[in-house]
Design a binder for this molecule. Sequence first.
Ligand SMILES: *[C@@H]1O[C@H](CO)[C@@H](O)[C@H](O)[C@H]1NC(C)=O
Ligand SMILES: *[C@@H]1O[C@H](CO)[C@@H](O)[C@H](O)[C@H]1NC(C)=O
Length: 319
Amino acid sequence: MLLTMSGCVIQKILLLALFAVDTAQASSWTQLTPSGTAPSSRHAFGMVWSQGYDSVYIFGGRENDGVGRLNDLYRYSSSANNWTLLSPGGSPPTGRSSFGIASDDANDLFYVFGGEGVTVGSDLHQYNIAGNSWTQPTSSGSTPSLRRGHGMVWSHSDDSIYIFGGYYSSSWTLMNDLYRYDTSASHWTTLNPGGSLPTGRGFLAMASCNSSLYVFGGHGSSIPLSDFYRYDILANDWTELSPTGSQPSRRYGHSMACREMDISLYVFGGHDGGPQEMLNDFYRYDVVANEWTMLSAAGSAAAASARRGERGVREAAEC
Ligand SMILES: *[C@@H]1O[C@H](CO)[C@@H](O)[C@H](O)[C@H]1NC(C)=O
Ligand SMILES: *[C@@H]1O[C@H](CO)[C@@H](O)[C@H](O)[C@H]1NC(C)=O
């Protein structure tokens, strides 16, 4: 079955290469050649951008032998164009892949929740960038169940982390539940949103943009999906969007990031459900115009090779 491809028996190895897209110029990709110690080859890892530190952090994932799960942490500094292998203090999360990760730019923290290889519940971890250390915050409320392949984002509008869907524990049971973690109160709330809820899915893409959360695609019960939803934080409801323009095809394991500067979402790559078909196409969704634009078609991107499980779109959130 197809799903096992993204779970325990991934044999495809993706080399880690770093690309940046300059959206101010006419959407061109540049392959970067940083100095320092680059992360080893891996997939299903976490990647976040910190606005305050103008840096990208890469954590954990699956080693290229397909077995080992990592918990190492690297920083890529945009200004220095270098990689640094960090040696954080505190208690790092155990090795894991297909977990949730989100950067809290108001407090220069990032959070990791759940993932494959995790067997205990309430598995929330916090990394403090200035202190270079990991802690497990003591939280109250209703913690999300153990999961992997879920969506996790931080919203600057209410300084909260949101977790959506994924696969329950180590099963293939799909979920579409939504949780909020209030970072100042360290409190979890199970949300009961109205509107048109996305169906259960895993390896979806989720991003936070202008007080709303967006979910595009993911793997459903049998096939990859191409549906698109907005969750309005203030109204606590979901809307299925029907944008105009050329929208991305069905996919899972893709990346999506918001660029607040032009209130747009960018979607890159993923897997379309065929045995080999990894995508490298690139799209922009304009929130105000409710319109998709294809920036480059699959196979035609000059530099970026097809990949999935990457978190490759640099988030330029000017919050
Ligand atoms: C990367 O550059 C920063 C800023 O210049 C420097 O502090 C850091 O030591 C560098 N890291 C490595 C591994 O060279
Ligand atoms: C951005 O969010 C604000 C607050 O919810 C809203 O008033 C505004 O209409 C939103 N802008 C767009 C383009 O959706």
